[in-house]
Design a protein around this ligand. Structure first.
Ligand code: ASP
Length: 301
């Protein structure tokens, strides 16, 4: 049986759907072994999301559960294994938003084991975006695990920082979900872009740019963050979908806009009816979906 398939359906309930991504990139250098590990991590992330829903959780719990798994896998650029800044440090950002339009985000955190949980802590506070040491401190005060810098800095990313020939890899992670009651949520987590100057923040924690959810759609983006910010990509999809443009078309148009501004990347989006769009214009974007009735599908490239 596919991972997490066939949970008991509630009469009249909608079919819950989860979609995840492991970043848009030009991953020509991913070995077969790495690709198998990426597939396994995506499966585990979808299973964690399905479990969260099966235990009565809502869409927000599902997207957080999926992202926590991917933040723990060093092949992704989030949490442990994040891309390194130019000075060899790690600065991570994350955001979560749900259909009631409550949102929480953190940027440039250095010690949160799971930046997505820190973003969720901000969602539960009066603020929307917290940065740097204050964001780490808020997470710590909520009892969230803090780690020393060396936990996040992997040998793999140290080698990549100095390897000018390695193809740009985004490998940011994200998840979107519509649950059986039609609630939507989106979550994105990233270490940013390899070699970025310390203090640089991309689109992932910017509500409306890299992450968005409302009563109609949930979106998580990956790619050239500055351009996604300048195009307001995630919010643009919601706006168009809200005006009746089919989700796939709205998603393609948003990516087209990003390309017109000179950027590249991909995104995942789900709407209230359970339709999923996962366009990307890079060579690869590892991704997967879980549907309560149809089970799990994974595309590791
Ligand atoms: N969009 C992210 C950023 O600009 C990078 C990524 O998608 O991997 O920080």
């Amino acid at each position: 049986m596919p991972v997490g398939k066939a949970r008991t359906a509630m009469p009249g309930a909608m079919e819950p759907v989860v979609a995840i991504h492991g970043g848009a990139g030009d991953g020509v250098d991913a070995s077969a072994e790495e690709e198998a590990s990426i597939r396994a991590a995506l499966e585990e992330a979808l299973a964690a999301a399905a479990d969260a829903l099966g235990r009565g959780g809502e869409a927000t719990d599902a997207v957080q559960a999926a992202v926590v798994v991917m933040e723990s896998c060093e092949l992704f650029n989030a949490g442990c294994g994040s891309a390194l800044c130019a000075d060899g440090s790690v600065e991570m950002s994350a955001a979560v938003m749900r259909s009631d339009r409550s949102a929480g985000a953190v940027a440039a955190v250095k010690h949160c084991e799971h930046p997505i949980l820190a973003a969720a802590a901000v969602l539960d506070s009066p603020q929307v975006l917290m940065v740097g040491e204050a964001a780490d401190a808020l997470a710590a005060s909520c009892g969230l695990e803090q780690r020393p810098s060396k936990y996040f800095i992997t040998a793999r990313q140290r080698a990549r920082l100095h390897d000018r020939d390695t193809a740009p890899d985004h490998a940011t992670v994200g998840a979107v979900c519509v649950d059986r009651r039609g609630r939507l949520a989106a979550a994105t987590s990233t270490g940013g872009i390899r070699g970025q100057p310390p203090g640089r923040v991309g689109d992932s924690p910017i509500i409306g740019a890299g992450t968005w959810a409302d009563a109609g759609v949930a979106v998580s983006c990956t790619g050239d963050g500055e351009v996604f910010v300048r195009s307001g990509a995630a919010r643009q999809i919601a706006f168009e979908a809200g005006r009746g443009v089919p989700l796939a078309q709205a998603a393609e148009r948003a990516l087209g806009d990003v390309e017109e501004l000179g950027g590249r990347g991909g995104l995942i989006a789900v709407d209230r009816g359970g339709r999923v769009a996962m366009p990307f214009v890079t060579r690869t974007m590892p991704r997967g979906t879980w549907r309560a009735r149809a089970g799990t599908s994974i595309w590791p490239r």
